[in-house]
Design a protein around this ligand. Sequence first.
Ligand code: RFL
Ligand code: PHB
Length: 394
Amino acid sequence: MRTQVVIVGAGPSGLLLGALLAKAGVDAIILERQSEEYVLGRIRAGVLEQVTVDLLDEVGVGARMHREGMVHGGFDLLFAGQRHRIDLQTLTGGKSVMVYGQTEVTRDLMDDRKAKGLTTLYEADNVQIHQFDSANPYVTFERLGKPHRIDCDAIAGCDGFHGVCRASVPKSAIQEHEKVYPFGWLGILADVPPVAHELIYANTERGFALCSMRSATRSRYYVQVPLTDRVEQWSDERFWEELRLHLDPQARETLVTGPSIEKSIAPLRSFVVEPMRFGRLFLAGDAAHIVPPTGAKGLNLAATDVKYLSQALIEFFVDKSEVGIDHYSQRCLRRVWRAERFSWWFTSLMHQFPDMGSFGQKVQEAELDYLVYSEAASRSLAENYVGLPLNFGE
Ligand code: RFL
Ligand code: PHB
């Protein structure tokens, strides 16, 4: 088999890259380790920046998102027992975010690929990438018990944090920057109406909590837990009780509980590799960087990485120019570090750390107080939350 680009991974990065390349007439094959159902079973991101919404529109898969997604013009910060609204629209000159699950984004992109007859090979085992430091890279894998090889011009490593692409780069060629947080998020999905119309980010002495949603009848809630906790230790009743303790009296009253349809614990991490390009191998999305989910930046960064990558690859194949691929890494990393900083800061502000004590708690509350009462500080938070424009600083 031969194609122009082999994309490893059918998460949002791989699927969106496939759609952007197809639109420009560049051939690509996606290889995914898991089954389609497994990929759709992962519950992850919920908040899309305008940039991501625009990209989904650009590839023509935005219709359902505009019908079913919820446009949010603000969110609440809850601290010292009180809620305060951050009005994104007023603070950013009319910008907002779209609440629409990653699962739905993935489904829309998968359906579109199928409708266009584009190739995605699911359950591809033992994917290995070869000779990416040359002009003739190739990828090998096994599927349905048979070995396969695809020759290509470029490989896109869209295979997430635990993927094979980053792991195939020699250690001497790659620099890693990492921060691991001493806690995780226990998340629950339930078919109950959300506690409020907008998201609530809560800082309490018991730790962080987040009230989010997927629709008017489906809620997504998170509470901070120690890394040693196992999901089996958390019955639904225990989760709801803990969440309730993080809320203000009004939210406590409106909270509707019910059986969970998904429950999982995600550790929090900040991670970046530099560079993101190695010859004809290009890393994108979680394969290259992880942010803690507090700032809702992971999926959005993945989307902008693959937009930049598609532009670079289209220049390479159509205009026969290497300028775009030469700048890919640098162009992504500037945006990546801005999102890393914001996500680290918001995580540090909102969570309980083991050694922070009452002084640390009071300082967090004082900073939150400053954030909501200073327009300059609120605007800085809002500006970062709605995200940077696609071509910022260029
Ligand atoms: P993914 O989604 O991990 O997809 C990678 C794909 O590659 C496949 N794969 C392989 N395929 C072939 N061969 C191999 N050897 C392979 N190894 C792996 C995997 O099976 C998978 O299908 O990475 P991608 O596409 O870069 O997308 C990144 C996003 O998934 C991630 O950044 C977000 O989910 C992060 N995130 C959030 N981001 C936001 O922008 N807004 C949010 O509100 C938000 N909330 C969240 C989040 C992540 C969370 N978790 C679980 C960490 C909330 C949570 C709880
Ligand atoms: C979610 O709905 O899953 C979600 C929303 C906002 C975040 C993180 C996760 O910051």
